[in-house]
Design a protein around this ligand. Sequence first.
Ligand SMILES: [Zn+2]
Length: 535
Amino acid sequence: MLLEYKGKILIIDIGLRFPEENMLGIDYIIPNIEYLKNKEKNILGVAVTHGHYDHIGAIPNLIEKIGNPPIFTSSLTQGIILKRQEEFPNLPKLDINVVKDDSKIKLGPFNIEFFRQNHNIPGTLGLFIKTPIGNIVHTSDFKFDKNPLNDLPTDFKKLRRIGGQGVLLLMSDSTGAEEEGHSLSEKTIGENLDEIFKKAKGRIIASTFASLLNRIQQIIILSEKYGRKVCIEGYSMKTNIEIARNLGYLKVKKGILIKTKQIADYPDSKLTVLCTGAQGEDRAALMRIANKEHRFIQLKKGDEVIFSSSVIPGNERTVQILKDELYRQGTKVFHYKMMDIHAGGHAQKEELKEMIQIMNPKFFLPVHGQYSMLVNHKEIAKEAGIAGQNIVVAENGQIINLSREKIFIEKKTVPSNYIMVDGLGVGDVGEIVLRDRQMLAEDGMFVIITIVDRQTGKVKGSPDIISRGFVYLRESKELLAQTRHKVINIVNKAAGSGGAVNWVYIKDEVRNKIGQFLFSKTQRRPIILPVVIEV
Ligand SMILES: [Zn+2]
């Protein structure tokens, strides 16, 4: 998101989007920044609200392209950004400036005051932006928490002071807009986890997101309380813990952490394994443990596995399979649905309404989350007393025009299509490559190599066939024999008369006719790659 006033630009967050299930092989998606081309000089800075990847993840890909403008963020977010930057050694040094609760900065027409927000990662900052046409509040991802863990409770007095200065536009987190009531306090979650720790006799294997630092802290505190040593599994979790610990955001008593290879030295009742993989991710620690691929940790009866994170839509099946596997090996599983051992980090209906009432803005723009959440958030705002015509539900690429008097979506849009990142390639995997991948995944591929005599235009010998993911060739001899026969006929017919041969035409013929033939025999549509070699 960016704010622009008389050509001067303030960027808020530079995040990534995780790929959808059908985006095979895509690592992540980054924003299209075509609109910012040749505007580098006018970009005054980037305010980063917190350290989650959907708010910082595209910085390595994009920051140089927008002229490496200064970044303003909390010390923890800075640590996470810099750690990620290490994976991209060729980039120029980032210009990061640490700000905190109450910090004020002036960037051209934007006077920004940062204010602390509660979320499920420490160091989250909301933005109070004074502009020449009025005050804008950006909540960041947030929830209200009166009993947070290792963090200060929500400062309602301060929020009221901000609201009291007059808010022209409120932009608020919509992620929890479809959830009734109030998000759980971290304290309640801690009490539920405590019950599990109190009763557990075997090892506790607790999996969560590497970025859910509050949850990680809780598990460490409970392990300390019940005399358990903690070993950490998963690269991202290790690095996040290291960063947060160095900056004082995470407190761990001396001697609590042990190396994984030391676990055999302690009784099961004195061990906690804190690991990644609660989403059923392929290579994450929990999956490797469940699949018996882990060097030091094998599951056994009596182990208690805690999933302490909600399941990202689309991952339900993978998580279910993982859960089944854990039960099969005799472990006890606690899932967030069974008891409240995970609270979303996002304000729910009641809190969202309260935020709107505190800020009492003239205009309202729901941000963050899926479209349905934005629309639900609009309904909440109406209940909170904002007039319908003063609320705008916008999608990526749309330009919102804001003045003292009115807010509306402009007719023109800016490019906002997905830019997909696959390995080192950025944007080179487009719709066509993706469609190929989907076809390959569904029906496999079928390569036909035909050797043709240049003089006679006739096929020499029998065409070679290579296939992957289509049919098992050894068991499909009949089908292959018929296919070879057909290929010879097609090529001979198309090239038969000698003279100048149109190879493109021949390949198309092979592709189409063999495609139809294979479909009629198998009801499958593999990708067909005809190769014709002249000799
Ligand atoms: Zn977040």
